[in-house]
Write a protein that binds this ligand. Sequence first.
Ligand code: PMP
Length: 459
Amino acid sequence: MLANSAHARDIAYHVHQQTDLASFRETGGTLMARGDGVYVYDEGGKKYLEAMAGLWCASLGFSEKRLAEAAYKQMLQLPYYHTFFAKGHLPSVDLAERLIGMAPAPMSKVLFQCSGSEANDAAIKLVWYYHNAIGKPLKKKIIGRVRGYHGNTVAAVSVSGQPHMLTDFDLPLPMMKHTDNPHYYRFHHDGETEEQFATRMAQNLENLILDEGPDTVAAFFGEPVQGGGGAITPPATYWEKVQAVLRKYDILFLADEVICGFGRTGNMWGSQTYNLQPDMVSCAKALSASYQPISALMINDRIYQAMVAESAKLGTFGHGFTYGGHPVACAVALETLKIYAERDIVGHVKQVSPGFLAGLKALEEHPLVGNARGVGLIAGVELMADKRTREPFAPAMKVGNLVMDKCQEAGLVVRAIGDRIAFTPPLIISADEVQEMLRLFRQGLDAAWSVLRKDHGIA
Ligand code: PMP
């Protein structure tokens, strides 16, 4: 591989994100060269079925020409403008109106940013701004969840509960607190039902709020389905119970729809799938099918009215990014939403989801698989050393990475999150492509299983 100069130059010059830098220096990586539908091809011409849609995001696959055309057209018309100082452009107006019209709960306004991290980071700032505005300057703490993920900026990653993203970065920020990871399969007590587990999760959240002091807790951030934590679907009654606690203590709720938004869970929003009533909604990724970097933070009128009053004191709302609401990104997002409507993307997800979920569930018979779960077109598969006792593999064995590598050899891109394998294929995946995905995954699992048996003597 190192003889290939592109790989050698990649090692020589480029810092890869979320990568084991030491092993990358030895082995290099995979350079993707082109895409076609749900497939991508690397520089050597090898074809992969992209079962993660990149980073849970390329909802329309990798060759949607209409999005390229929308970008080109907008670039010719007005390639750049900003939204500072009361200026703007039509694509941002059209997109804001469209999003407010389709929001999962009553929302008043949209703030455009460039990434999911920026949308959530802005939400954190607005939570603080809002509480200053309403004369509650002590109500500032934000609660996230262990294994939750809300981005990588200093504040958004602090609300996230991913230990490896906090250690050695001097994070989290002290005002960010974390409550339990609601992963029923891994953490339920013997004999505990999903409902009982959910009650315990909500009680622990309430205890945290009481310990911190309800007058100091401002907001709770949650993904309808935890993505980066390992595609963890919430247990029955979890959201109902958590939202009741948030209401009791007047705590704002942000639904992070960065992965779940735009059809992923079989409804337009994860908030619809789980009956969430958030005060703020962040979305990104499938908003533009990821052909352009753009995110949106929607806020309700209660927050917006307070912002107007607060900004009047200084004469300005002092937040903004050069590229927030970029016209090319807005134009691509508008075209994406048009395509979703024309092709009834939600209906399509509903149609292919049962085969996808049942196929993964059937793999619970495989010796490596302890649990498979999902909703719509997002799923997680839990690799277990002992399925009976729910005993995980020793982390040093890196079984998740082994399965991911064996899948890649077989021509399938999946993601290992520890020993959880995540799936979020492009939403356009066909029923036949789902079957191909399942076949390739089984091939990867079998190959990993024979390595484990040979190298570790696992029977
Ligand atoms: N929220 C969630 C739920 C995410 O999954 C992600 C990214 N995977 C983010 C926020 C951050 O988005 P970005 O990488 O675009 O900053």
